[in-house]
Design a protein around this ligand. Sequence first.
Ligand code: N01
Length: 492
Amino acid sequence: MSKRFAIIGAGMSGILTALKLKERGITDFVIYEKASRLGGTWRDNTYPGLSCDVPSHVYAYSFELKPDWTHRFSPGAEIQGYFEGVAKKYDLDRHFRFDSEIERAEYRGGRWHLSIKGGAADSVDFVIAATGVLHHPATPDIPGLGDFKGACFHSARWDHSVALEGKRVGIIGTGSTAIQIVPALVDRVGQLVLFQRTAQWVLPLANPPYSADEHAMYRASPEALQQSYDFWSARFVDTFARAVIGDQDELHKIEAACRSNLEENVHDPELRRRLTPDYRAACKRLIMSDIFYPAVQKPNVTLVTDGIERIEAAGVRTKDGVLHELDVLVLATGFDGHAFLRPIDVIGEGGLRLADAWADANEAYRSVAVPGFPNFYMLVGPNSPIGNFSVILISELQLAYVLQLVDLVLQGRCHAVAPSKAATQRFNTALREAMKGTVWVTGCRSWYLDRNGNPALWPWSFDRFRTEMQAPDLVDFDLVARETTPQAAASS
Ligand code: N01
């Protein structure tokens, strides 16, 4: 009997899974998506200035390189268009179930039983969760947020009906998102007030457009396109990815580049002082921009570094007593990067709830699977190397690994596969130990850190990740034979 798959999420990883299943001749699958469109983060984020800070030639599936990206770091809408184009090319339309939020997934009788918001249900043999990381907007717990009388929205829920021309616009936050929004808005708005809780290190990466000649060259030469992919991948792996896990030489180079960017490009010593971080570069996600410093020095921009006391009807009151009057308030306050899969109620073998299994921390086996949850896999799950490399390549490598585990079932070697508890514990103990050498724990607050202060990232090299993802070590897995319990027989 053919096996049925549910993919949860129609973003980059969900689309990847779907087309790879199709490539293998598997067509009995559904992509459940709670929104009305595909695209994940690129659907949700439409803020002015949105682009990807990973070079476009790497931020693409390795087997679907695109010759005509407009820029080195292309805009969000173009990336959304890319994913829509890939889904069309692979004829995935009939597999999508939009407006279909999975509320519950329960493993019973050797299969996964899914409850979909609105009352529909499905039963499948495999679940591949591609639910993303930076998906749930974080609303700051600032008193009085609801009192503001002007328009107020999170950066990932941009309200394009709100006119900004000539307005007094406040932005809370100075993460990658805010640093892209500021240059995009500065010449449109009347006044721009940037509320900075923590200064950021900024690496001055330029974003040149690709010329028509370059487009023609990349179209004519797949080899040149591949070379560009390899070049940018190698730059990531050999520099940034090494720096964050403890290569001090690389880290010093990044620090020096950020420091001279600040010294050379921020002219007022007082502003420079307030923009100078007191922690190591790359401890928080490094900002890549050569347009933020010029923008923040424009006469209509105020950088506010006094803490926020509360929000009032007319604006934001800071701890020094000043009321910053505003027409529009943008919350560029980031995401809950630790809410993997939530709020889906995932129930594994013997009624084990994922919420309970992860009550203390999100612990997975090599980011892709959890003991007690057979035939249930995650892409870009906990401790994936998301800050280190292109997330697309990460997802591709993880999926190739997961599909080898799926094959064990498809080939009839067993009915279900799940990692063992012991192997998962070993992996997580090693992770925690290795984190001690990373820059993420050198003393800064960031979304990387979970509530225990552990970074949700990958503390080792790219080579190690690639090697670990090459083939599952079956010693680490429990291979379950066909269920024969009366309960199984009744429900299958
Ligand atoms: O979110 P963030 P983001 N009062 O969490 C501040 C990816 N990304 O949306 O630093 C005052 O980084 C908070 O202050 P502090 C990328 O991985 C990628 O900007 O905690 N301020 C911080 O300044 C990135 O890392 C691209 O002190 C408050 C900001 O809000 C990730 O998304 C583009 C506050 C949040 O920064 C998240 O970036 C954009 C409060 N109560 C984003 N609460 C690409 O190009 C929070 N803040 C791929």
